[in-house]
Design a protein around this ligand. Sequence first.
Ligand code: MG
Length: 161
Amino acid sequence: MTALRIGHGYDVHRLTEGRPLILGGVEIPWERGLLGHSDADVLVHAVMDALAGAARLGDIGKLFPDTDPAYAGISSIRLLREVGRLLRERGFSVVNLDATLLAQAPKVGPYRTQMEQNVAEALGLAPEQVNLKATTEEGLGFTGDGSGMAAHAVVLLEKQS
Ligand code: MG
C-alpha cells in the first residue's frame, strides 16, 4: 500500500546590503542579499520545511539549529541534500514539490531552470517533479517595499508500506 503525506513550508528573510543573493542555490546578481545564519536561501528553506513537515521531522530549525556554528554560512542546497537523505532513510520518496518565491525584485525568471535543477539534483529527483515560481506582492507589505523576501512550498511524499 502507498501512503501519501503532504507538507507545507513557509520562510522569510530580511534583505540587507553586503550579502550575496542566493535563491534555489543560484547566486543572482543583485544589490542586496538575504540575511541569515546559513546562506539564507529562503526558497530552499521553505522547501526543506515542507519536506520536514510531510515526513514529521519537525522543521529545519530542529534539524539544523542556527545556534550550531557548523551551519554558519552553509549552502542550503547542502542542507537540502541532507534532508533528502533523512527522507530516504525513512522510506519516503517525493512525488512532487511546488514552491513560490514572494519578491518585488529582481526578476528570477532567467534563473528558474537552474534553480529547479539544483533542487531536483539535491533530492535525487527528475526535473519534472520540481516546480519553482515567483510572484511580486504588487508593492504591498515587506516583500513589496523590498525589506525582505518570503517563500511558500508544498510537497507530496509517498511511502510504501
Ligand atoms: Mg530560513
